[in-house]
Design a binder for this molecule. Structure first.
Ligand SMILES: [Zn+2]
Ligand SMILES: [Zn+2]
Length: 729
């Protein structure tokens, strides 16, 4: 027996970068378990991250944990990863851990269930029984009526009524309901396994011949069959007993179509998905199936990189260049970079797939020391499908409705041939703002330094940054003129213009205003595939992952915004977006065409796009970055500051800049600036960019700097955060 006093080191969701010592209670405990602990006057939930035989605090001054939850949330490798992440991103360890576990686990521990329930009516539940229930039991009646029609999943009941658990308990007490574990019925047809072309085969061979950690960049043109390569790799991995595969995809790509493609391909494997469209119970349930090893294929968005997967044998990151892998608040991690560390830690292969690699990955793949395995897919997988022809079309202020003659003609051709067109404009709403022709006043949000967007269908002015929403005004508040009109175009205006130009055509608009649910995207697919739609108008939602066999024309209306942006990553983003959009045209055997409208057709960026040549483009951009000392040739971070009062933010950021300058001469500290949106949701914003040639210099400075900022007297008047390897400015 070991009677030595043990101390539990507990991570708690507080902005202090340390673990807290507690004494155990009578219950058995181990690392990775949830505990309820007293913290000041509050009761908090924390996670045991260490067990020690000593403490810097005398045991008489330490408090005991209140209770220990039997479930182990994560294992030692996951704790190692999270410790790394906390140090790398300079985010407190407790907050790091608490921000990656399913949110339902952070709530009341006693309410936790290991699985979702499904409720069934007992013979006692009849119409007559419901009718004699007291009329004030409205919600109970509602649930009972539904239950009479069909069994209800826990999640259904939650959507049905507010105090759902009370209703269920009451019906149970009446003897009207019984519950059992919900098991989703999976009944999917088996998909045929396509034969691979030689390129695909050699990519798979190159990856599977080596054991252990190895990063591979699969650079494949759109439509080159990357997903099939992933699936064959997974198939190969899952031949070994007790194996699991993790696939990360951008949120926008995780469509029911993609999930189904995997399900039909692997009918005998348990597949779970992890993304923000799941409710808390579903997410927790899927997370547990991954953690227990029950699920062998896990498809998820960025947060899924922190899922405990005990038998993980491969990580695949689809569309690795996608900026949505970077979290933009709280723990600002990059899922691709964390995945790289995870794969290395546990010695498994990691695959990055994309048609337009991030410059970081491209640089790594092209290095002479072969940091990454560089694998190329040059051809579209469907033999007859060739890459679309891409042209630029000159437009200017006089172009009517922003739609050029050339584009109108091209759409007409498609209508005659009964093919489909996609018009891409990355701005939803009717017009970007309301403009006064007498005094040049424009409608701006009072809480943000941004324009209010005109939404004509609902007759509202909306701020796309903070959600502010008001009636459209008819009179200029500055000069009382009645000459207000919408300026510029958004998806709604383009839709209206197209309706006038092509009155016979069936036109469908797809943006965040029309597609609130995943279902609407499914019906979009059906309507496109049944050729019920002639012209599709939409935002970047349509840029990726969708496969429409009859779509042969893509028109891009607003490519120019990014050409002269202060964000040095803008050209990279635009290029990948244009390549993605172009990839929608001519996926099957009809040759596609892409028309990019621009006022600057000679911009070198378009040359690379026209030739479908990412390599030329990436090489040029990399040279530019090298000359300017920008990533991947240097390492950067941004301090972001927000304050209610201008002077507080100003003082904080200036003092922070001065202190940082005093710390190191190896790190360049730029002048503090205001970001392009200076004010957001009523907060004044500031940022400070820092840059170093060596990662360790940046890291050293950040460590000292963060310690200083956490103790800074003004720190409670401002909100600040450090963004390591930022992707947005
Ligand atoms: Zn005016
Ligand atoms: Zn706003």
């Amino acid at each position: 027996m070991n009677n030595k006093q043990k101390f539990l080191q507990v991570a708690i969701d507080v902005p202090i970068n340390q673990l807290f010592d507690y004494l155990p209670n009578e219950e058995p405990f181990s690392i990775g378990q949830y505990v309820t602990i007293p913290f000041g006057r509050r009761k908090l939930i924390g996670v045991i991250c260490g067990i020690s035989l000593s403490s810097n605090i005398h045991p008489s001054k330490l408090k005991s944990v209140i209770n220990v939850d039997p479930e182990i949330i994560f294992d030692a490798p996951m704790f190692k990863l999270l410790t790394f992440v906390s140090e790398y991103y300079h985010y407190p360890i407790g907050q790091t851990i608490m921000s990656v576990v399913p949110s339902r686990l952070k709530k009341n521990l006693n309410q936790l269930r290991q699985f979702e329930l499904i409720y069934q009516a007992t013979p006692k539940l009849t119409k007559a029984f419901i009718n004699q229930l007291p009329t004030r039991q409205l919600r109970i009646r509602k649930v009972a009526k539904e239950l009479l029609n069909a069994d209800l999943r826990q999640t259904d009941v939650m959507k049905l009524v507010s105090n759902w658990s009370e209703c269920i308990n009451q019906l149970e007490a009446y003897g009207c309901l019984k519950s059992k574990k919900y098991e989703p019925k999976v009944n999917v047809p088996t998909a045929e396994i396509p034969t691979l072309n030689d390129e695909q085969k050699s990519v798979i061979n190159a990856i599977t011949k080596k054991k252990g950690y190895q990063a591979s960049l699969v650079f494949g043109v759109t439509g080159s069959g990357k997903t099939e390569v992933y699936m064959q790799l997974i198939e190969h991995i899952l031949k070994e007993p007790k194996s699991q595969a993790l696939i990360l995809v951008p949120e926008i790509n995780l469509t029911p179509q993609l999930e189904n493609r995997f399900r039909t391909r692997f009918p005998n494997q348990k597949l779970v998905s992890l993304h923000s469209h799941l409710n808390d119970i579903e997410r927790l349930d899927n997370w547990r199936k991954a953690k227990s090893g029950e699920a062998s294929i896990i498809i998820g968005t960025r947060l899924a990189i922190f899922t405990p997967i005990p038998f993980i044998k491969i990580i695949i990151i689809d569309e690795e260049h996608d900026m949505s892998f970077k979290q933009q608040d709280g723990l600002r991690y990059h899922a691709r970079d964390v995945a790289m560390v995870r794969a290395k830690n546990i010695n498994i292969p990691i695959i990055l797939g994309t048609a337009t690699p991030s410059l970081e990955s491209w640089h790594n793949a092209k290095r002479i020391d072969n940091k990454y395995n560089f694998l190329k897919l040059n051809y579209r997988a469907v033999k007859s499908a060739s890459l679309p022809e891409i042209k630029t079309v000159l437009v200017n202020d006089k172009t009517k409705n922003g739609i050029s003659r050339a584009l109108v003609d091209a759409i007409n051709d498609r209508l005659e041939r009964k093919e489909q067109s996609l018009i891409f404009i990355n701005r939803r709403g009717f017009a970007p703002t309301l403009f006064c022709s007498s005094c040049s006043w424009t409608a701006e949000c009072k809480r943000c330094s941004s324009k209010l967007v005109v939404h004509r269908k609902v007759n509202r002015l909306k701020c796309h940054h903070c959600g502010h929403d008001q009636n459209i005004i008819n009179q200029c508040p500055a000069c009382d003129s009645m000459g207000l009109h919408p300026l510029g175009s958004g998806t709604q205006k383009v839709e209206e213009a197209l309706n006038k130009l092509f009155p016979e055509a069936s036109i469908l608009r797809v943006d965040r205003d029309t597609t609130r649910s995943k279902k609407s995207l499914t019906s979009l697919h059906d309507r496109m595939n049944n050729r019920e739609v002639d012209i599709l108008v939409g935002t970047q939602m349509l840029a990726k992952g969708h496969d429409f066999p009859f779509l042969t024309l893509v028109g891009v209306l607003d490519a120019d915004n990014a050409l002269y942006s202060p964000d040095y990553r803008a050209p990279e983003k635009l290029f990948s977006q244009l390549i993605q959009v172009s990839g929608r045209a001519g996926r099957s055997n009809i040759k596609g065409q892409v028309l990019i409208q621009t006022a600057f057709p000679n911009n070198p960026l378009f040359e690379g796009i026209k030739k479908h040549d990412y390599e030329i483009f990436a090489q040029t951009l990399l040279q530019e970055r090298e000359q300017m000392g920008l990533p991947p040739f240097s390492f950067t971070a941004i301090l972001r500051v927000e304050s209610k009062q201008l002077k507080h933010g100003e003082k904080f950021i200036n003092d922070a800049a001065n202190y940082a300058t005093s710390l190191s001469n190896k790190v360049v500290i730029y002048d503090p600036v205001r970001p392009s949106i200076e004010r957001l949701k009523g907060y004044e914003r500031f940022q400070l960019f820092i840059q170093a040639n060596a990662r360790k210099d940046l890291k050293n400075l950040l460590r000292q700097w963060v310690t200083y900022l956490r103790k800074y007297p003004l720190a409670n008047r401002v909100k600040w955060s450090i963004d390591v390897d930022p992707v947005e400015f």
